[in-house]
Design a protein around this ligand. Structure first.
Ligand code: PMP
Length: 346
């Protein structure tokens, strides 16, 4: 036998790629520019060869308990994964069938249409309102099996209003996935609310606020019956031993470290946005650890920043917004370098 075949249409899905040339400062993927949760590093230093030779725990129960305590839900309302990507993917597989529609805000997290299509689902983008808020009415009108919300939203940084989120949770015809990857930087989070509904799955990550992107740790929260179904689709051994040790330590001991950085990010967000406005730009109001700022020609600005050793995400032709830059927040000295290049290029 020669060759292979894939599902019709599958070959048209592209693997996710982010152009990431060698740079000294990478503000392109919203990671923590202040470093790593210190207890996580200390825990990694205490590894033994059994952490390598033996399988990790099946479903990361210690981490689930720590994550549950962190967001205020019992551990049977938590599923851990290899990044929150893993859980978004598993939730689509578990909670919908091939051919079902998943509606998502447009623009929103770039992986959602990819995970949707690899799982046989049909992604439908629903433009954000001109205010940047979620269009709850239009989302509900899709009648989709899964409604994906992302607050604060990537790549806009804007938060969905409490009213819009509450309405979608209340009136959704099917499942709601509530992605709160940037929740630590926002004025409010809805994660713990997920357990009050049978059909809501909230996701969080340790890649951003806790500085653990390289270890790939995320968790999802929902009613225990829903968590059981996502866990099956996720499968065993998804969080490796090192990741579980480090993340459990971070969630147990490093909340003050993380909160200090989140507070600094909030201050920098305001200061950076004001500086962008003095350059004649009009950044979107951010609740995340990055700022999205529309520009006339994103590619040109991104290249000018690359030439200075700085990577930001260039976004070309976003729905509602057009070209924009998504710039991760970092200590002020770094942001000043970005501002200097912008001033030159614009
Ligand atoms: N959701 C959103 C909105 C994101 O921006 C990201 C990371 N880019 C993720 C989920 C996935 O994060 P991770 O897999 O690192 O937990």
């Amino acid at each position: 036998m020669t060759g292979f075949s894939v599902r019709p249409g599958y070959e048209t899905i592209s693997a996710y790629r982010a152009d990431r040339p060698a740079v000294t400062i990478d503000l392109s993927d919203n990671t923590n520019q202040w470093g790593v949760a210190p207890s996580a590093l200390a825990a990694l230093g205490a590894w033994t060869s059994r952490n390598v030779s033996e399988y990790p725990s099946l479903y990361s129960d210690r981490l689930a308990a720590a994550a549950g305590a962190y967001v205020g839900v019992p551990s049977d309302a938590v599923v851990c994964g290899c990044g929150s990507d893993d859980l978004l993917d598993a939730a689509m597989r578990a909670l919908a069938q091939p051919g079902d529609v998943i509606a998502h805000p447009a623009p929103s997290f770039a992986m959602i249409p990819i995970f949707a299509r690899t799982n046989g689902l049909v992604p439908v983008g629903v433009p954000l309102l001109p205010s940047g808020d979620l269009d709850a009415e239009a989302m509900l009108a899709t009648g989709a099996r899964i409604l994906y919300l992302c607050t604060p939203n990537n790549p806009t940084g804007t938060a969905h209003s409490r009213e819009a989120v509450a309405r979608v949770l209340r009136e959704a015809p099917g499942v709601v996935i509530l992605d709160e990857a940037y929740g630590e930087f926002a004025d409010e989070v809805f994660t713990a609310d997920a357990v009050r509904y049978p059909h809501v799955f909230a996701t969080r990550t340790l890649s951003k606020s806790f500085g653990l992107a390289g270890l790939r740790i995320g968790f999802g929260v929902g009613a225990p019956a829903l968590i059981t179904e996502v866990t099956k689709a996720r499968g065993p051994y998804k969080v490796n031993s090192f990741a579980e040790m480090a993340a459990t330590a971070a969630l147990t001991h490093d909340l003050a470290w993380m909160a200090g950085i989140a507070a600094e990010v909030q201050g920098l967000r305001t200061r950076f946005s004001e500086a962008l406005r003095t350059l004649g730009l009009d950044p979107l109001p951010s609740q995340a650890n990055f700022v999205c700022v529309p520009v006339a020609d994103a590619r040109r600005v991104v290249d000018a920043l690359y030439a200075r050793g700085i990577a930001v995400r260039g976004l070309v032709g976003l729905p509602v917004i057009g070209d924009a830059l998504r710039i991760g927040l970092a200590p002020w000295a770094v942001l000043e370098e970005v501002l200097a290049v912008l001033e030159e290029v614009l």
